[in-house]
Design a binder for this molecule. Structure first.
Ligand SMILES: Cc1cc2nc3c(=O)[nH]c(=O)nc-3n(C[C@H](O)[C@H](O)[C@H](O)COP(=O)(O)O)c2cc1C
Length: 142
């Protein structure tokens, strides 16, 4: 599996999740607000974004729109950082192109920092769901 992680963050949670996933998957990571890789090098794309006011962040939204055809040819997994995981289904419905919703091997709530806080510990992180994403990618490559 040649994987890459792409993320968009404002308060750092999606970056921390991306770093954890990059360690677990031994792969590079890119902040979509700064840089994007040539996707041709990769067969697996993990895309993650923070969520505010029910919206995913603009760099992630724009990337999905502009690279949808390419993303649909890859194995994809999506993670979302938000403080209200119970609202994730509506966020996905509103923000993720339907074909990508269908083709992604998993879409997880990775946990999020409570609004306007910066907890020193990562106890906001949903490690169980992160592990589920890693497993789903492994299972899909079998
Ligand atoms: C103004 C504001 C609005 C937010 N709206 C939502 C929301 O609609 N849904 C949600 O799950 N979390 C919401 N949150 C919590 C953030 O998603 C959470 O802080 C997460 O860590 C954001 O990801 P990031 O740290 O990568 O930017 C909101 C936070 C702020 C400050």
């Amino acid at each position: 599996m040649k994987a890459v992680i792409l993320y968009a963050t404002k308060s750092g949670a999606a970056k921390e999740c991306a770093q954890l996933l990059a360690e677990k998957l031994c792969c590079p990571l890119y902040d979509l607000a700064q840089d994007t890789p040539d996707l041709a090098q990769f067969d697996t794309v993990v895309l993650g974004t923070g969520v505010r006011m029910g919206q995913v962040y603009q760099p992630a939204k724009k990337y999905m729109q502009q690279h949808l055809a390419q993303l649909l040819q890859k194995k994809t997994a999506l993670f979302f950082c938000g403080a209200y995981p119970q609202t994730l289904p509506q966020t996905i419905e509103k923000n993720i192109p339907p074909q990508l919703q269908q083709s992604a091997v998993c879409q997880i709530a990775a946990g999020g920092k409570p609004p306007f806080t910066n907890p020193p510990q990562q106890d906001w992180l949903n490690t169980q769901n992160i592990d589920q994403l890693v497993t789903a990618l492994g299972a899909a490559s079998a």
